[in-house]
Ligand binder design. Sequence first.
Ligand code: EPU
Length: 329
Amino acid sequence: MRIEDGKVLEALPELGVELRRGVSLAELTSLGIGGTTDLLRIGRHEAIPELLNLLDGQGVTHKFLGGGSNLLAIDGELPFVVMQLGPTDMRERSEDRRQESGKRHGSEDPPLQPQLHDVVIEGNFAFVDAAADLGKTVTFCAKNGLGGMEGLIGVPGTVGGALRMNAGAYGTQIGSYVREVKVYRAGEHRIEILTGAEISFEYRHTSFAPDDMMLAVKLELPSKPYSEILQGIRICNEKRRASQPLGQKSAGCIFKNPPGASAGRMIDELGLKGLHVGDARVSDRHANFFVNAGRASAADMLALIANVRGQVEKAYGVTLENEVVVWNA
Ligand code: EPU
């Protein structure tokens, strides 16, 4: 979709939103699949309510993109524009955060020392921008003597994406460490700060509304010696390298695990590794990873997903639910 509306085009620079014309989702997703549309890069959280009111008012349909690592978008010209958080000014956000924190707790924060562009550490708390890379956040916290998230080290994507899905691996899930989330609630048309207790984090599922937009998070992490955290990180990295097709284009696991079972094992037991539709292929290394082995289209990948789901249903009587998010309308 291309934005043609004059009112929208005029307002974007004032709102600090950068318009990138005709970007390809194939270049913004780890699967390397997806059609083209206009991309809006948001520079200021506080501009989001006005931006969305404007888009809704002018009938411009939109979706919000995180790191693109768990996403399958359809082919061709997409019927919506895509929004993404761009780099925002750390000092501005730190100042916002100080005010919010003061409002909530009535306390004075110590002076902030931006250390990584999108993460600020204070004691056992890490204040993280939703657009921050999850892996970099885990290692940055580790260097500051904060552990707990070792299992998440190889999970691709942004902290915001991890939060929305309650990403997890090797016994760790991000939800356990969440104390506050700054979120744009589309239903209420405003930015809110939710406490961890107000959000329910379940297996690859949270109580956020589908159109809630994650903006920032406050994590509370246990203190640990760096060497100990590093050891944990190395072990998880090795396990992942041994069992997952890391060098190939994928969206991680395609299906959620059904209660008490492993989707990967079920698909493997049916002998479906290597099954393919065009260049969309069930990985030889881990059967719940479907890789783009060349120039797979979304139609190829969706056909492969439907085929495997059908075979698992027939053999085990279990309907596998997508873990990958599909943008098809
Ligand atoms: N297995 C097979 N064949 C396969 C794949 C797995 O027999 O092709 C067997 C393994 O040998 C093991 C069992 O199935 O006995 C479970 O496999 P694994 O340890 O790889 O875990 P998983 O349940 O397949 C989950 C998460 C992964 C996460 C790993 C490690 C889901 C859907 N998957 O995979 O997360 O990295 O545990 O904690 O919850 C993701 O969310 O995208 C993802 C990849």
